[in-house]
Design a binder for this molecule. Structure first.
Ligand SMILES: [Cu+2]
Length: 415
């Protein structure tokens, strides 16, 4: 008869256990120099909504990536194409994924009209690989290719961006995720999303962001897309979801998630200890940092994920408007129009009872309506940093399943 004791002492199992222990130790350490690394092993690939992941090739045990710094045209939403600068035809640049312990090599070619560099934000690396033009390396002139190479000594949601005329280059869209997976993950993640936050000043009718603007931005994006141009995040009920947020804009962005509670689990310095985590609905992403949050998608529905600064969920946001809320309109016999014309020539009389319903009042070409997007119940009066997390039961793919079909008796309704 096989007892628990003699099962445990069986030599075959003991050998298996030792092999497992050895592999766990091996997982925790960087692989030996020259050992082959397997792509995608041990982690769930990150999904960058409206974006892509940068491919690599293995060369003598080193992961080789190629980045081209270049002007790119980016459609922020249907009807608006922006002249950005970015990487490999994209803004944000393609997401870089690697694993703690990897040796990585980046070939960076400058196809911009001005010099640049690439800084690996948050990386623990030799000083000369830090990418600060003038301080740790020469600027990369147009037409030149520089090589960066280092070993990844950490894990976390890092970023890459220029450290050469960054005021201009970041304002035009040069930013990207540099995600380093742990060699031994804390737990399995089913869906892992990455969203880069950015803000832009693009005068109505223009296509070129203005890098001289410091505070008064009018366009706000997730992965350089503005609602209704942002892809939804499709999730199966019960899945463990991670959302990684990055921000090198000029403002912090408090990102709020509906219908679930989450825990902030990481920053650009890596994993937050479990004992330091607590339940939250909103995570403020400070300038120059990243935040990861995780939740179990237990609540089916269409749940907004958005910046909670209400001007950041608007498009073509104008701030030079007379406040007309509560003012009797000229259509009802007031002389407000004549009085306003004296101080604000060319003004538009609008908004006496709020701004809702004024989604699209006519606008210059290449300009998005302030708030737009059609939902199953009417206009969704949002723009900018807004998307929808679609949690569903019984999904067989991550294709957009359409709008949520609410069970009978579970929607608010007119009395
Ligand atoms: Cu914001």
């Amino acid at each position: 008869m096989i007892t628990r004791r003699n099962l445990l002492s069986s030599s075959a199992l003991l050998a298996g256990g030792l092999a497992l222990l050895r592999s766990k130790i091996a997982d925790a350490l960087p692989p030996p120099a020259g050992a082959p690394r397997l792509a995608g092993r041990g982690y769930t690939p990150v999904v960058t909504p409206n974006g892509t992941t940068l491919p690599f090739v293995m060369k003598d045990g080193v992961k080789e990536f190629r980045l081209s710094c270049e002007p790119v045209k980016r459609e922020f939403a249907p009807g608006m194409i922006v002249d950005c600068w970015g990487y490999n035809g994209q803004s944000p640049g393609p997401t870089i994924e690697a694993v703690e312990g990897d040796r990585v090599r980046f070939f960076v070619t400058n196809n911009l009209p001005e010099r640049t560099s690439v800084h690996w934000h948050g990386a623990l690396l030799p000083n000369g690989m830090d990418g600060v033009a003038g301080l740790t390396q020469p600027h990369i002139d147009p037409g030149e290719t520089y090589v960066y190479e280092f070993t990844l000594k950490q894990h976390g949601t890092l970023m890459y961006h220029p450290h050469s005329d960054e005021m201009t280059q970041i304002a035009l869209g040069m930013m990207g995720f540099f995600i380093i997976h742990p060699r031994t993950p804390e737990r399995r993640i089913d869906r892992d999303f990455a969203i880069f936050l950015a803000e832009w000043s693009i005068p109505p009718g223009a296509s070129r962001p203005n890098p001289f603007v410091m505070l008064d931005f009018n366009t706000f994006t997730f992965n350089s897309r503005a609602w209704p141009g942002t892809d939804p995040l499709i999730v199966k009920k019960g899945e463990r979801v991670r959302v990684r947020l990055a921000n090198i804009s000029m403002d912090n962005h408090p990102i709020h998630m509906h219908g679930h509670r989450f825990q902030v689990t990481g920053t650009d310095a890596g994993t937050i200890p479990e004992t330091a985590r607590f339940q939250e609905n909103t995570v403020d992403v400070p300038v120059g940092s990243t935040r990861d949050f995780e939740f179990v998608a237990e609540n089916p529905g269409d749940w907004p994920l958005h910046c909670h600064k209400s001007h950041h969920t608007m498009n073509a946001m104008s701030h030079d408007m007379p406040n007309m809320i509560g003012v009797k309109p000229s259509a009802q016999g007031s002389d407000v129009n004549e009085k306003l014309a004296r101080v604000l020539p060319g003004h538009m009389e609008m908004g006496h009872s709020g701004m809702g319903g004024m989604m699209d009042m006519g606008r210059p070409k290449n300009t998005l309506p302030m708030m737009s997007g059609k939902g199953p119940f009417g206009e969704i009066e949002m723009g900018g940093m807004f998307t929808v997390v679609k949690v569903r039961e019984g999904l067989t793919s991550y294709e957009d399943p359409g709008w949520y079909k609410h069970p009978e008796g579970t929607t608010a309704k007119k009395l």
